[in-house]
Design a protein around this ligand. Structure first.
Ligand code: FBP
Length: 254
């Protein structure tokens, strides 16, 4: 994961929501354009950008290390979530990827299929010297509260045991409970998944500060950056909290 770290910390920009949620739910006239997101990743000082292969083929320009997301599901189908691979490690490498990503829906009826596919992906990635990042999202018939201390720690642990170099998990809401997830992840690095845009910048920054206080490596965020009126300003705030460990008030008032 070295490629994506600065002083052991990291800030990644995620942009697969057009696939996961559909463009009408999350995008406006500006952020519907992947070239705009590439610009934010570069100017905002992000340590990596997450694209599906179609966006990587047409918009990735090499300015920021690429994480190729190798599976995904659209938001229209009902029922138990399943997400299958749509890109090989070889093809990801040919597009310039320095890591591969994969979502596992822990608790779904189909979790076994995703464990299996992630296992294959992780081995193929490691054979080529690439890290494998697991988005582990508890979801489906076995899950009632996907942000409880117990379930988020379980997600982190499954990622570790499946050989993920890093896990991307949801925030539990406070540093104390999130630190149990970080401990459970062991040597797998922990990234917080951003979630829907918070009501204010301060609300989101408080989450990020809590995540870092809990010992996480950083965050892999989408909507809270590129839905912001001023994504570069938000990126500047985030860098100060993640890398300089500044408190939220001093960052916002500076
Ligand atoms: P956000 O910061 O916008 O939540 O992005 C993180 C992410 O993991 C994306 O990679 C993915 O598209 C999205 O969340 C999935 O969200 P969910 O499945 O929870 O609706």
């Amino acid at each position: 994961m070295e490629t994506f770290l600065r002083d052991g910390k990291s800030m990644l920009l995620a942009y697969d929501q057009g696939f996961e949620h559909g463009p009408s739910l999350d995008f406006n006239d500006r952020n519907v354009d992947p070239a705009y997101i590439m610009e934010i990743a570069s100017k905002g000082g992000f340590n990596g950008i997450v694209f599906q292969k179609g966006l990587a083929e047409k918009y990735y320009d090499g300015r920021v290390p690429l994480i190729l997301k190798t599976n995904g599901k659209a938001g229209l189908a009902k029922g138990e979530p399943n997400s299958r691979r749509n890109c090989s490690v070889e093809y990801a490498v040919s597009l310039g990827a320095k890591a591969v990503g994969y979502t596992i829906y822990l608790g779904s009826q189909f979790e076994g299929d995703m464990f299996h596919e992630f296992g294959e992906l992780q081995e193929a990635a490691h054979e080529r010297g690439l890290p494998a990042i697991a988005w582990v999202y508890p979801r489906g018939q076995g899950v009632t509260n996907d942000t409880s201390k117990e379930i988020v720690a379980y997600a982190a642990r499954v990622g570790l045991e499946l050989g993920a170099d890093a896990v991307k998990i949801k925030y539990t809401g406070d540093p104390q409970t999130f630190s149990w997830a970080v401990k459970s992840a062991g040597k797998a690095l922990v990234y917080m998944s951003g979630g829907p845009k918070a009501p204010t910048d301060e609300d989101f920054l408080n989450q990020v500060r809590g995540v870092m206080q809990a010992g996480a490596t950083g965050l892999a965020v989408g909507r809270n950056v590129w839905q912001n009126e001023d994504p570069i300003k938000m990126a500047n705030y985030l860098r100060q909290i993640i890398f300089e460990k500044k408190p939220v008030e001093s960052v916002i008032r500076a």
